[in-house]
Write a protein that binds this ligand. Structure first.
Ligand code: DOR
Ligand code: ZN
Length: 425
């Protein structure tokens, strides 16, 4: 096992110091360390953060290996500065049994680039009719704690209640894709002035807000933990703010794209901007950014959603919703928040690790901490090139945009997964 000596690294923006990484942990910190056996990383100008943790990644395996595999998605994650990702259950077959979640977990171990924590489905086949084997998934080798039908909403309030009650026994979480399906039939984009002009069927903000309002009340009623996926509207933020003020056990995420892009992008009719929930308005973006800063929104999660060329480069109405996110998330966070390293570490590493119960992750790089960490060069501005991405898919909405920050190195349990900006394996 290699040891690494980082020279003159800034831990979360603090004055430069040396860090020694040995035996999977941060062994020492201080000026002028020496370790003859260690590989030296000259880290002047680089910032060390705890390895990022993504609570919402679509890895597509099993079933759509033409769009992504556990291995390609893991490489994409490591290159984005992640050391752990939670893999959504909408695979084929669906991750609704102990067998499938164990398969995904094992593939993650074999790839060895990030810790892959499977999320289990709430309902059998994501069909919204019968509860899946939540207990068996929790007891499996994958030790599932988060359950989600993401891609679909658990729309039936009685099923939602039973799911929340069921996971309470092991302090599990139901992660809801909040979308009242009766209000979004045929929806193509955000319902508003732009959808009217383009003549596309709208996805109204209230379809999200109504489900979040219902679910925080259900979570309050049964005393269980609710997590709200990809919050996208100013109204949702207000519902969450009130629920949190009452002490409801609810956490929430926002995606990088909902922090940066608006529904005006649909004017291009380029399906790379089609996503669910849809891109909203500048007013929503302002509310989401403020909520991310004040903590009503707990975390940034990517909703990394790879899709093949066939599923994306077609007419808008036929295209699948979803965007790549893992390799650009930190740059978007830097763009939106500025070099607020402590806030970035909290929203992209510590808090998601806490929510998911990933106890080895989300620790600031300090002596004794597991060496799951990332080195960032904040001074670099880079042009996003889809062809250069490690993901098997190319559907990034940031193509040819110039964004701040570059991931220089990522370490998982003290071993480099990324060095000099390149994946190690
Ligand atoms: O845009 C989306 N894509 N939203 C979802 O909820 C699912 C995801 C996917 O699986 O592609
Ligand atoms: Zn979703």
């Amino acid at each position: 096992m290699n040891s690494y000596l980082f020279r003159n690294v800034s831990v979360l923006g603090a004055a430069p110091t040396d860090l020694l990484i040995r035996d999977g942990v941060v062994a020492e910190a201080g000026a002028g360390l020496s370790a003859p056996d260690a590989l030296v990383v000259e880290a002047d100008g680089l910032v060390a953060l705890p390895g990022l943790v993504d609570l919402h990644t679509h890895l597509r395996e099993p079933g759509r290996e033409d769009a992504e595999t556990v291995e390609t998605g893991s490489r994409s994650a490591a290159l984005g500065g992640y050391t752990a990702v939670c893999a959504m259950a909408n695979t084929s077959p669906v991750a609704d049994t102990a067998g499938v979640v164990e398969q995904v977990w094992r593939l993650g171990r074999e790839a060895g680039l990030v810790d892959v924590q499977p999320i289990g489905a709430v309902t059998v086949g994501l069909a919204g009719e019968r509860l899946a084997e939540l207990g068996a998934m929790a007891d499996s080798a994958a030790r599932v704690r988060i359950f989600s039908d993401d891609g679909h909403c658990v729309a039936d309030p009685r099923l939602m209640r039973r799911a929340l009650e069921y996971v309470k026994a092991f302090d599990g979480i139901i992660a809801q894709h909040a979308e009242e399906p009766r209000l979004t039939e045929g929806a193509q984009m955000h319902e508003g002035e732009v959808s009217t002009r383009l003549g596309l069927t709208g996805w109204p903000a209230v379809a999200e807000e109504a489900i979040i309002a219902r679910d925080v009340l259900l979570a309050e009623h049964v005393g269980s933990r609710l997590h709200v996926c990809h919050v996208s509207t100013a109204g949702s933020v207000e519902v969450l703010r009130q629920a949190k003020a009452r002490g409801v056990r609810v956490t929430a995420e926002v995606t990088p794209h909902h922090l940066l892009l608006t529904d005006v992008r649909a004017e291009t009719y380029d399906p790379v901007f089609k996503v669910n929930p849809p891109l909203r308005t500048a007013t929503d973006i302002a509310a989401l950014r403020a909520a991310l800063v004040d903590g009503v929104i707990d975390i940034v999660a990517t909703d990394h959603a790879p899709h093949t060329v066939e599923d994306k480069e077609c007419e808008w109405v036929y295209a699948r919703p979803g965007m790549l996110g893992l390799e650009t998330a930190l740059s978007i966070a830097l763009d939106v928040l500025g070099p607020e390293w402590d806030l970035i570490a909290e929203r992209m590493s510590r808090a998601p690790a806490r929510i998911a119960g990933l106890t080895e992750h989300g620790h600031d790089p300090a002596p004794g901490a597991p060496a799951n960490l990332v080195l960032v060069d904040p001074a670099v501005r880079r042009v996003i090139e889809p062809a250069e991405m490690a993901s098997r898919s190319r559907n990034t909405p940031y193509a040819r945009m110039t964004l701040p920050g570059r991931i220089v190195a990522t370490f998982l349990r003290g071993e480099a997964t990324v060095l000099d900006g390149k994946a190690v394996k």
